[in-house]
Design a protein around this ligand. Structure first.
Ligand SMILES: Cc1ncc(C[n+]2csc(CCOP(=O)(O)OP(=O)(O)O)c2C)c(N)n1
Length: 538
């Protein structure tokens, strides 16, 4: 008779989850012992980093990644990564160890209520009712994680289950992309034909549904201006395309103002809309018709106005292109590189990104977490291919570093670049060690401004004032921390040192950290200044 452990490895193999991201504890050891030779274990020194690398790996492969975390620490230390996966539609199967069933009643050491803790941020949180259900539960978790919108599942497994007898489980195929309602799409097509001046808002679900080419074809067919969703977790349109108009602002009134000139807006694959600062206003102006096409029933339900259609975005874009009249292309100026920012001391983030854009390979993958300089990155980094840009989905810092390592492990032929703030890097700094140990040659570019510039900007923007504790973070030598984890690193203080340092980083075979002194952030908040009439918290 086979054991739960043996059948589980067979199921994991058949589901393609042969990389195990983890941080082990006693309750996981009966599973992890004698791991089959065709499996790889990737150790994260903290659950945020371990599950965060799984997030990056799943983003990079487009398939569910497997993470095995420790007891209640998985939902404590690892919860931020589950939150990222939930908001970013990242498929994860996360298992966690539970005390031996035979002494759970007595609340033995390491008894875990992790399942109850994570519930709002996973598609399914479960502890198998019987030991012999474990492999089937993992398979069911995989099927659910992969269904659109994709997301994490969380399974707690008592440590005595692994040695129990278990019958084989056969892995099933599930076909899940749901076709959107064509009658509803026909209404959108009719509205597009009647529209004088439509715009398209592109969102990260376009990448999830592999709809990048269909979206470009639709935009060109309609000759429609294209905007990017506010605070994008992924880019979904070529940055240098003549139809591309840049990012929407993350607040109600300024966003509606940006779209005021259009009589119709079609949101493809994004919420309506993701706001940050509260600046009340309409979703869109009264003269603008709003439609949302989304793979997420939750986003459809939560939209503030307009008509929503749930379903696969590639199919939706293809349908709209086939059922609308083509429009003659207006004359538009071709893409022009922005002027090169001046070399100041300390250098501006704009200068840094402009140099990075020149030096990095054209097929690089950018995984960023640099809160106050997102706008500069957006203006100076130009990547035109799918699966090239990743960012924190809901503001929980600590996403960037481990996600970059996971993305690099999933994409050995492309180079991952991780621009990260000197504050943000601290939330999952242990991922540097994993990058070294598992030979993930990420180039980490630290923006060292010595403070929480994004928070200072928010203080200015909302009139909170600057008399707030905990805004400065002096005295951290990140290059030395990297060295301590075994990673090559260099420090850059002046603009003329930057390009040679970046070139050396990209020439290196292994991971490399470039720690760059940059100017502190300004008074703008996510691209917005006082003119938008921000909330006053004073
Ligand atoms: C886990 C977590 N803790 C705290 C915050 C609040 N927060 C938002 S931006 C920020 C500053 C981050 O500093 P840094 O990475 O240096 O970027 P900068 O603001 O200087 O651009 C902080 C602390 C958060 N978003 N997530």
């Amino acid at each position: 008779m086979t054991t739960v452990r043996e059948v589980t490895y067979q199921v994991l193999r058949e589901l393609g989850m042969t990389v195990i991201f983890g941080n082990p504890g006693s309750t996981e050891l009966p599973f992890l012992r004698d791991m089959p030779a065709d499996f790889n274990y990737v150790l994260g020194l903290h659950e945020r980093s371990a599950a965060g690398m799984a997030v990056g790996y799943a983003l990079g492969t487009g398939r569910a990644a497997f993470a095995n975390l420790h007891s209640i620490a998985s939902s404590g230390n690892g919860l931020s990564s589950l939150v990222d996966a939930w908001h970013g539609h990242v498929p994860l199967v996360v298992t966690t160890g539970q005390q031996d069933r035979r002494q759970r009643l007595a609340e033995a050491f390491l008894s875990s209520q992790a399942v109850e803790t994570v519930k709002p941020y996973v598609k399914w949180a479960h502890e198998p009712i019987r030991a012999e259900d474990v492999p089937a539960v993992i398979a069911r978790g995989f099927y659910l994680a992969m269904q659109p919108p994709m997301g994490p599942v969380f399974l707690s497994i008592p440590m005595d289950d692994w040695t129990q007898p278990c019958s084989p489980v056969s892995v099933r195929r599930i076909s899940s992309p749901a076709s959107p309602d064509t009658a509803a799409l026909a209404e959108v097509a009719a509205a597009l034909d009647a529209s004088r001046n439509p715009a398209i808002v592109v969102g990260s679900q376009i990448e999830e549904d592999h709809a990048w080419q269909e979206t470009i074809a639709l935009a060109e067919h309609l000759d429609a201006d294209v905007y990017q969703q506010p605070i994008p977790p992924r880019w979904a349109f070529p940055r240098r395309h003549p139809l591309f108009r840049g990012s929407l602002l993350p607040a109600q009134r300024p966003l509606a103002d940006q779209l005021a000139g259009y009589d119709m807006v079609v949101v493809l694959g994004a919420p309506v809309f993701l706001y940050y600062a509260y600046v009340p206003g309409e979703t869109v102006k009264p003269g603008t018709k709003l439609f949302q096409l989304t793979n997420s029933p939750l986003d459809a339900a939560a939209a503030l106005s307009g008509t929503s259609i749930v379903g696969n975005l590639a199919e939706a874009a293809r349908f709209l292109r086939a059922h609308t009249k083509p429009r003659a292309a207006k004359s538009r100026s071709p893409f022009a590189e922005p002027p090169q920012p001046p070399a100041e001391s300390p250098m501006t983030p704009a200068y840094l990104f402009s140099a990075l854009n020149r030096v990095m390979p054209r097929d690089a993958i950018v995984c960023e977490e640099c809160p106050s300089s997102k706008g500069d990155l957006d203006r100076h980094i130009f990547l035109d291919a799918p699966n090239s840009f990743y960012s924190v989905p809901n503001g929980v810092l600590g996403f960037g570093l481990p996600a970059a390592v996971g993305l690099q492990l999933a994409n050995p032929s492309r180079r991952v670049v991780c621009p990260v703030g000197d504050g943000s890097i601290q939330y999952s700094i242990q991922a540097l060690w994993s990058a070294v140990q598992y030979r993930a040659p990420v180039v980490f570019v630290v923006l060292r401004n010595g403070d929480y510039s994004a928070l200072k900007s928010f203080c200015d923007f909302t009139n909170v004032g600057r008399n707030v504790h905990g805004m400065d973070i002096p005295g951290i030598d990140i290059a030395k921390i990297a060295e301590g984890y075994g990673m090559a690193s260099t420090k850059v203080e002046e603009p003329e040192q930057l390009e040679p340092a970046l070139k050396a980083a990209f020439a290196a075979q292994g991971p490399y950290l470039v720690d760059v002194r940059v100017a502190k952030g300004g008074e703008r908040c996510m691209g917005m200044d006082q003119s938008v009439n921000p909330p006053n918290y004073r």
